[in-house]
Design a protein around this ligand. Structure first.
Ligand code: BES
Ligand code: ZN
Ligand code: ZN
Length: 491
């Protein structure tokens, strides 16, 4: 979608479609008026039934005049960046329903929120809602709903052009992230993802190293190799690097789980749980597109993205429950369950980051546990960290991007649950509860002594229904969160 900003004062004509905003009245009975130049709309249209509730929309084609869409913003006192993002999703659906290809958005002034935030939130909501994955449909692409092609924002905000540029970049990459996650596993396999990562080298400051099976064997990444044993495809370890900071400036490393299909392995997933497991690389995709965004925004940071890639398949060669493998850092790991594969490949990638890349902070992001989805539903992700400042940074970023996260504790008493009788550690807890915390405890063993956070996005990476500006299927959760975290790091 093309987005652009114009100063107010544009004269609209028949054939244009204009998006207007109306808040829900509160306290006084005074009716809320439309912007002065559109007061005629309330004379032509009975708006008495329109309450201005969040995401309420009305479409008025109006003879001989520009068409008008009125979008409710909800009570002013409840209005914030996230409610603005959400409220425009309904307007975008309406445009797609009516095949409206271009909209003019009259960005409102909202008491208590600065112009810049109002503009960027509305632009983000529109950009992120305007998505469909239909490359495998031969007819009825987008379910017959065409995408909006252009959105023009009429605003007095001073930095409008810069906001448009940033929104198009960040949200554009979030949509690309959704595409990669939605892509079928046959194409989005380790090679496909490595190819995608390698293509980022065209961006100034980005370099990409792809380690193949032989190199991974030479490095003795026994856990990544164990998960890959049942696969017909090679494992890969991608290390993306972006240098935007001063010489000598420390690095942030993002490590993303890249399981391109999770069958569960010998502990095979049953029907009902296996169908969407091509999206088990959503963490790696978020890391990849966060780095791409940081580089395209030319952020003054130094950044790594480390992506361990393989599928988790069944064959006579597959790794088995009861096996023991030696991790990259020398730890021996008993396989309690082959379906707890994410923590295995992440363990090797984390200790690689600690030992070789030596960043100042590591954030891993992964669709790690079913327990995360069961606990938080599809709207909230969770994280564990050993560093309160890093936790605060993530929470602030989440509050500003609308990607809700909730912190879980490292419960010391549970450390013993990951003990093994035959090896140093087991990938499966001896108790069935608190699965997300147990996953975090396993990873902690490999994350070094420095600042580290683990984000579990098994809940939010994929949705079973549309939620506001997040579509059904891949949501791209994490890209904006990571970018915002990186922007605020050491600011
Ligand atoms: N990829 C799954 C987690 C998952 C579940 C992601 C649902 C998205 C939606 C992960 O590899 C897994 O299977 N985890 C197991 C771990 C268990 C065997 C310790 C789980 O959570 O059941
Ligand atoms: Zn699994
Ligand atoms: Zn998995």
């Amino acid at each position: 979608m093309k987005i652009e900003a114009k100063k107010p004062g544009h004269s609209f004509k028949k054939g244009d479609t204009i998006l207007l905003f109306m808040p829900e009245p509160e306290g006084t009975k005074k009716p809320v008026l439309l912007p002065a130049e559109f007061s005629y709309v309330s004379k032509l249209l009975d708006l008495s039934y329109f309450k201005g509730k969040q995401a309420e929309v009305v479409f008025a084609p109006l003879a001989d005049r520009p068409a008008v869409i009125i979008c409710g913003t909800g009570k002013q006192s409840d209005t914030d960046a996230e409610s603005l993002r959400r409220c425009v999703a309904g307007a975008v659906s309406l445009c797609r329903e009516k095949s409206i290809k271009k909209i003019h958005v009259l960005v409102p002034a909202i008491q208590g929120i600065d112009n810049t935030t109002v503009l960027s939130s509305i632009a983000e909501g529109i950009y992120l809602s305007n998505y469909s994955f239909d490359r495998y449909k031969t007819k009825n692409k987008g379910n017959g709903k065409p995408l909006v092609e252009t959105a023009v924002f009429h605003t007095a905000a001073k930095d409008a052009a810069a906001i448009m540029k940033k929104t198009a970049l960040v949200c554009g990459n979030t949509l690309l992230c959704r595409d990669l996650i939605n892509e079928i596993s046959e194409k989005c396999d380790s090679r496909g993802m490595a190819r995608e990562a390698k293509s980022l080298e065209r961006i100034p400051g980005v370099s990409c190293t792809v380690y193949g099976k032989r190199e991974i064997e030479k490095m003795k990444m026994g856990l990544l190799l164990a998960v890959n044993k049942g696969s017909a495809k090679p494992p890969m370890l991608v290390v993306l690097k972006y240098r935007g900071g001063r010489p000598g400036q420390k690095y942030v490393a993002i490590v993303g789980k890249g399981i391109t299909f999770d069958s569960g392995g010998i502990n095979l997933k049953p029907s009902g749980h296996i169908e969407d497991m091509r999206t088990d690389m959503a963490g790696a995709a978020a890391a990849l597109y966060a780095l791409k965004t940081a580089a395209e925004l030319k952020l003054p940071v130094n950044l790594y993205a480390v992506l361990p890639l393989t599928d988790n398949m069944i064959s006579p060669e597959s790794f088995r429950p009861g096996d023991v493998y030696t991790a990259y850092d020398g730890t021996t790991v008993e396989i309690g369950n082959t379906d707890a594969e994410g923590r295995l490949i992440l363990a090797d990638a984390l200790s690689y980051a600690v030992k070789v890349l030596r960043p100042e902070v590591i954030i891993d992001i992964a669709t790690l546990t079913g327990s995360c989805l069961a606990t938080f539903g599809e709207a909230v992700a969770c994280y564990l960290t050993t560093d309160d400042d890093l936790g605060r940074l993530l929470e602030d970023a989440a509050a500003s991007t609308g990607e809700a996260i909730w912190r879980l504790p490292f419960v010391k008493e549970y450390d013993d649950n990951m003990k093994s009788d035959i090896a140093d550690i087991c990938n499966m807890s001896s108790e069935k509860n608190a699965g997300t915390i147990m996953g975090g405890i396993f990873l902690k063993h490999f994350a070094g002594k420095g600042k580290w956070a683990h984000i579990d996005i098994a809940s939010t990476a994929r949705a079973t229904k549309q939620r506001g500006y997040r579509p059904k299927e891949a949501t791209g959760f994490g890209v904006r969160l990571l970018v915002e975290t990186i922007i605020n790091w050491k600011k």
